[in-house]
Design a protein around this ligand. Structure first.
Ligand code: HEC
Ligand code: HEC
Length: 410
């Protein structure tokens, strides 16, 4: 006798329904502002010439001492603007390259938020010995001795003061606050106050041009966004941009799995810092705890003379930021747009697939063992095999395929 058996495949394709609350949440996660992000602290943001110069510098190895490293060495466009590798940070802890996707939409920069502007953060790698490994004095010399850089720089920023002409400067030099006897620090201090001021001005201009370019790295038009438009317009054929599996994943993201508590808004990030137990025993990277001290001490922060914003234009976050014991082990919530392009995940690169990330969130209690801090929002989810697949399908739907196809192969 033939027994009617509910076919799994048919069940799986049952159209997904949305409550009014879910609908509102979904619409709040789409339509990332199409305007290029304009940063009031950077008067060159949005300036086409600055964008072009910044792009040239980003891919140019001449910012590094031995001319072998550029920003793109680690921020590889087609790998989600990262490389999935670990590098020793200033405190010796290992951190992986952070994505630059939608970087202009961040409030803090770096895994621990050690900068309050994109341009200030773009200067740090130029001088970090394990990143671009240059120095601000060397940048000032190179900008003047490389013909194409010199003409573009002066066209954009005006003439360079004669007191920092290459003949007036050593080859290298930068402040090394932790080690006043460092040769680079001594060379830096051998300059006059006004030479140091002029070098800093030039260096900051370079950072502002690079930041103007970085802010154009935008991912905003994914299958999820086409689906959301369909949901708004009640257009089922457009809603089909998201597979049924990804739609179920979206419901989990908003509901049972609670991802949206932190990965919220059109950039899928609250821009804040959380301890989600990614650090393992023996890892002493304090994340936000160190970031707060660094951003406050930075000579390029919002309080410095290099900030172009008028007081009413931008909120001086850094003036009010303090660290509390809970800041330890907190890291910035990364955007999930284009997340499937990345090669590894979390500040310490702990996971190399999205499957592993989902397993981690699913079994979060095991991760809590070595830290006493209680993050009460994170509890084991209890996902079925199918629910894992659905959540991962949803994460894959956040890639802006068209923007990806236009990126250079590096
Ligand atoms: C050797 C690899 C490497 C190079 C070269 C490099 N970076 Fe990075 N980048 C990193 C790492 C690692 C981080 C995370 C650092 C941290 O949080 O302490 C990062 C973080 C960033 C961030 C913060 C992103 C965010 O979401 O907050 C920006 C901006 C950035 N880099 C810009 C640049 C620029 C501009 C250059 C070139 C001048 C550059 N990087 C060169 C590895 C690199
Ligand atoms: C309590 C806030 C919070 C919740 C809830 C949360 N996340 Fe995260 N997420 C973070 C933070 C913070 C990081 C970075 C942590 C680190 O590196 O130490 C992160 C990192 C990630 C990463 C890695 C991104 C990268 O570039 O390295 C993925 C993927 C991710 N989360 C997906 C999810 C999913 C899926 C859910 C729901 C199951 C979720 N998150 C729930 C805060 C949260």
């Amino acid at each position: 006798m033939f027994v009617a058996f509910p076919a799994a495949a048919t069940d799986m394709d049952t159209p997904v329904e949305y409550t009014e609350q879910e609908r509102r949440k979904i619409l709040s996660m789409t339509a990332l502002d199409s305007e290029r992000f304009l940063d009031p602290t950077n008067r060159f943001s949005g300036n086409e010439k600055a964008v072009a110069f910044g792009k040239l510098l980003f891919f140019d190895k001449r910012l590094s001492d031995d001319r072998t490293v550029s920003c793109a060495t680690c921020h590889i466009p087609k790998s989600g603007w990262a490389d999935g590798k670990l590098y020793a940070s200033r405190d010796g802890a290992l951190r992986q390259t952070l994505t630059l996707t939608n970087i202009g939409y961040n409030r803090w920069f770096g895994w621990g938020g050690s900068s309050d502007s994109l341009w200030a953060h773009s200067l740090i790698p130029i001088e970090a010995p394990n990143e671009v490994a240059g120095s601000r004095v060397q940048v000032a010399v190179r900008i003047q001795t490389e013909k194409d850089l010199y003409s573009t720089y002066t066209e954009l920023f005006g003439p360079i003061p004669a007191e920092i002409a290459p003949a007036q400067l050593p080859e290298q030099g930068r402040p090394v606050s932790r080690d006043p006897d460092h040769p680079l620090h001594r060379q830096w201090m051998a300059l006059s106050d006004s030479q140091r001021r002029a070098v800093d001005d030039l260096f900051v201009n370079v950072g502002k041009a690079i930041a103007a370019f970085e802010a154009t790295i935008v991912s905003r038009s994914s299958a999820f966004d086409r689906f959301a438009e369909g949901l708004r317009d009640d257009n089922p054929s457009q809603m089909a941009a998201l597979s049924t599996s990804a739609q179920r994943g979206l419901k989990l993201f908003l509901g049972k799995a609670k991802c949206v508590l932190c990965h919220s808004g059109p950039n899928f990030s609250d821009g804040e810092f959380h301890n989600i137990y990614v650090s393992r025993a023996g890892e002493d990277d304090y994340g936000r705890w160190d970031g707060v001290a660094q951003v406050r001490a930075s000579s390029f922060n919002f309080e410095s003379r290099h900030n172009d914003a008028r007081p009413e234009q931008a909120f001086p976050w850094v003036r009010y930021v303090t660290r509390i014991p809970e800041s330890k082990y907190q890291f910035k919530t990364p955007t999930l747009r284009d997340v499937a392009q990345r090669r590894s995940f979390m500040h310490n690169g702990r996971f190399s697939t999205l499957d592993e990330v989902i397993d981690f969130y699913d079994e979060i209690d095991e991760a809590k063992e070595f830290q006493d801090h209680e993050e009460t929002t994170l509890v084991p989810i209890g996902l079925s095999h199918q629910e894992r697949e659905d959540l991962i399908a949803f994460l894959h739907s956040l890639t802006d395929e068209e923007a990806q196809s236009e990126l250079p192969d590096l």
